[in-house]
Design a protein around this ligand. Structure first.
Ligand code: IMP
Ligand code: MG
Length: 432
């Protein structure tokens, strides 16, 4: 570490929360740089389980500074609820800073999210309904409310007086019936601004100072590479950039600071939401992955996740667009108990071999995965896996070591971390 970026390599839910928590132990600062409350990070500390949507994962560590960068869209009511939750469980949450340039998710963004999804029919992504897309639309369209506005009641009122009538017309045109009470919106958001004011600052300046002092900064990606607005499965992904380069833009830190880029991949693939999924499984193996996954259900939406085998065309692209220096592979324990484990090495379509992940959803939908089969490994108890984690790479069952070695050879990136269970003790640093 001086500055490490962690990003998801698939469709989100790779277990980034656990890896980030593992790394956060050695971090002075943890930074969120994109996405919003569509994210769901599960962090387990001892017996306690926390689910964060907006709070950075280091918030439970007293000496760690936590930053919500300018690239994040902040839903103030949700954030305040999370702050209250960690406070009620004994953590002060005074170690939080929010960028004054971050955009605010307003209630009308959620209304419009729902209306647009309905109108889009087959083009809908199956969003989390958190208003993410419409908030980013406003950011790019320059209709947005930023944190700097939220904490300034006069500016907030002036902006909403202009924007709300426009939103009313849009909602009506989209077939909605929400009439938007301007005074109620102003009052509620002025109150949110009051409560969040102590946290709001220029976080780019703050991070610059921290880096100049040699502090170790961990950038915490949300979602995943294949949900990225630029590199993901358009239009079925999310509305923010989810790749490592976004850490620079979304935190206001020059790219030369980003020295370690760690990509997190689950040992299989999962997806909440719509769109083609070449290695998708149904039947017994799918049930195994979903159930043993101990909750392959969306952290934010609770929808059952679609599951499938690991997909190398997906991962090859992720290695490239993020410029990875290392891999973290999670949920290896979940594959335990399967007779054989498969990895898609490439696709076939119309007799043609496809090695690179296609841009066209039509082409992707017609791709048939070609698999390499591996011998499975046993299903073990959580304690047995923790015992293995203590020993490092040599402690892993031989079949797991072969699986990881194959990934390293195919992707040309070392696996630096492996995770074999839910608890902190089940995450292990690996040496080659
Ligand atoms: P949105 O980000 O709510 O607009 O949703 C767009 C798509 O991204 C939907 O298919 C969501 O299921 C998916 N998505 C957004 N955030 C996450 C996440 O943190 N994990 C997994 N899927 C996500
Ligand atoms: Mg998640």
């Amino acid at each position: 570490m001086p500055a490490t970026v962690t990003v998801g390599l698939q469709w989100g839910d790779e277990g980034k929360g656990k890896i980030i928590d593992f790394l956060a132990e050695h971090a002075d600062v943890v930074v969120r740089f994109q996405g919003g409350a569509n994210a769901g990070h599960t962090v387990q500390v001892g017996e306690e389980i926390y689910k964060f949507h907006l709070l950075p994962s280091g918030v439970l560590r007293k000496r760690t500074l936590n930053v919500i960068g300018n690239g994040v869209v902040v839903e103030p009511g949700q954030l305040l609820q999370e702050i209250e939750e960690v406070r009620s469980r004994g953590h002060p949450a005074t170690n939080l800073r929010i960028s004054d340039r971050a955009h605010v998710v307003m209630p009308y963004h959620k209304t419009i999210d729902g209306l647009e999804e309905k109108l889009k029919g087959g083009l809908g992504a199956g969003t989390t309904m958190r208003g993410i897309g419409p908030c980013f639309e406003d950011k790019v369209g320059r209709f947005g409310v930023r944190m700097a506005d939220l904490v300034d009641p006069d500016v907030l009122r002036a902006k909403l007086e202009k924007v709300v009538p426009i939103k009313r017309r849009i909602i009506e045109a989209l077939g909605g019936s929400d009439v938007l009470d301007l005074e109620a919106l102003v009052a509620q958001h002025a109150e949110y601004g009051d409560r969040l004011r102590p946290f709001v600052t220029d976080t780019s300046v703050l991070l610059d100072r921290q880096l100049a002092r040699g502090k170790r900064v961990l950038f915490e990606g949300a979602q995943g590479t294949h949900l990225c607005i630029d590199h993901g499965i358009y239009p079925f992904g999310t509305s923010s950039q989810c790749v490592a380069g976004a850490a620079s833009v979304g935190a206001g830190v020059g790219p030369r600071h980003l020295t370690e880029i760690l990509g997190v991949a689950k040992a299989f693939t999962s997806r909440v939401g719509a769109g083609p999924f070449p290695t998708e499984l149904e039947g017994d193996v799918a049930t195994h992955l979903r159930e043993k996954g101990g909750g392959e259900y969306g952290t934010t939406t609770r929808r059952p996740r679609r599951v499938g085998w690991l997909d190398l065309p997906m991962l090859r692209m992720s290695v490239r667009v993020n410029g990875l220096t290392g891999l973290a592979v999670t949920k290896l324990d979940v594959l335990g108990g399967l007779e054989k484990v498969r990895v898609a090495t490439h696709y076939r379509r119309d007799g043609e071999t496809i090695r690179e992940f296609p841009a066209s959803m039509r082409v992707l939908g017609e791709c048939e995965p070609a698999y390499r089969d591996f011998k499975g490994w046993p299903e073990l108890s959580e304690d047995a896996w923790i015992g293995i984690a203590r020993k490092g790479r040599r402690g892993l069952p031989e079949a797991v070591r072969r699986y990881l070695a194959f990934l390293e050879a195919q992707l040309k990136v070392p696996v630096k971390i492996a995770s074999v269970g839910r608890s902190r003790a089940a995450t292990m640093a690996l040496r080659a």
